[in-house]
Design a protein around this ligand. Structure first.
Ligand code: NAG
Length: 342
């Protein structure tokens, strides 16, 4: 009798939990996979400590197809194509998974300049599900959109006469291909903007989502339109929830956090430029640890070091890519073992 009563209690409890989670799903947007209620003990995720150079040639800047000059923002599409803002070469390079380090110029590459077939010091690149490129064309104070295979870009946002309007990070929400998010600064004041893609570059089309004290770094947008932005000057990561222009500080005490990435469980990955490393913030237990690069922050050019890393991205197998700006290369740190939910 006691046994079957216990069983009944468990069944009712499970049913209650199930009903609760179902109704919650209907009301609140869930940006991340939830951690299983009955999770078995699991191993913290680990990445190889030695990086493999997948683009560029260590310490040898240049403009051949196996070289880069000061790579900045990187992006990886769902097919594991790697896109690099090859800043010093005024071009965007694409490295497909079988490229063996040979890049293809898919935007710019016609010398630094402001013609529509040119770029000048591109900082970030984002590619939507239709393969359209979005590029912060920093030296030209504009954001360019390039259709796949197009020989030139279209301006979708620009400084429109302001002399100090710097575009920095770019991101989109994977669920929506009709808008692009940008981190930028005007006269030293940072802001996060959303641009619709149908219109021209008129500022009246843009939406101000929030402000950052000074020049913001890279951004990422989750499935519920919350924007995460690296704040290199403040040493913080800020989160702007959809519809709320007050940023929530979700990490602090960082050294020049320059770019940010998320995994499917909402854990945060942060590249610290001046301490040459990548940290992982487990948002569930609040712990933070260095996952690649030198723990003490030393710079270097061997496989275990970075030199002014700029941007980070993951491929479909959780391998971590880092643009290693001063080494003129992009490094891949293979996912070793463990579970992202831990
Ligand atoms: C907006 O975000 C701030 C910072 O996280 C928070 O304090 C505030 O309660 C939020 N406002 C609303 C209406 O959710």
């Amino acid at each position: 009798m006691a046994h079957s009563l216990g069983l009944l209690t468990v069944v009712i409890l499970l049913f209650t939990v199930y009903m609760h989670s179902t109704s919650a799903d209907e009301i609140v947007c869930q940006p991340f996979k939830s951690i299983p209620f009955f999770s078995t003990p699991c191993t913290k995720p680990k990445w190889a400590q030695q990086g493999i150079t997948v683009a560029g040639t260590t310490g040898k800047q240049g403009s051949s197809n196996i070289q880069l000059i000061g790579p900045s923002g990187i992006f990886i599409d769902p097919y594991d194509n790697l896109f690099i803002a090859d800043e010093g070469n005024d071009r965007i390079q694409k490295f497909s998974p079988g490229s063996k380090g040979v890049g293809l110029t898919i935007a710019g590459g016609n010398g630094g300049g402001s013609a529509l077939n040119q770029l000048k010091e591109p900082r970030a690149v984002y590619v939507d599900s239709a393969g359209t490129l979005f590029i912060t064309d920093r030296g030209n104070l504009r954001v360019q959109k390039w259709f796949t295979g197009s020989a030139q870009g279209i301006t979708i946002a620009s400084g429109r006469g302001y002399t100090a309007h710097w575009f920095q990070g770019l991101s989109g929400n994977r669920k929506q291909i009709n808008e692009i998010y940008s981190s930028e600064s005007i006269m030293g004041r940072g802001r996060i903007m959303k641009y619709p893609l149908g219109g021209d570059d008129s500022p009246s089309y843009a939406t101000l989502l929030g402000s950052v004290t000074r020049n913001p770094g890279g951004i990422v947008v989750d499935e519920c339109n919350s924007v995460y932005v690296a704040d290199p000057f403040g040493g913080n990561i800020l989160k702007f929830s959809s519809g709320n222009s007050t940023g929530e500080q979700i990490a602090s005490g960082l050294i020049t956090p320059n770019d940010v990435a998320l995994d499917t469980y909402g854990n945060l990955y942060i590249v610290e430029r001046d301490t040459n490393r990548v940290q992982r913030l487990n948002v569930h237990d609040g712990t933070r640890e260095v996952i690649v690069g030198n723990k003490e922050g030393a710079e270097g050019s061997d496989s275990e070091h970075l030199n002014k890393p700029w941007s980070i991205a993951f491929d479909s197998e959780n391998n971590l890519y880092v643009s290693d700006k001063e080494n003129h290369r992009v490094q891949k740190f293979s996912f070793h073992e463990g579970d992202l939910l831990c």
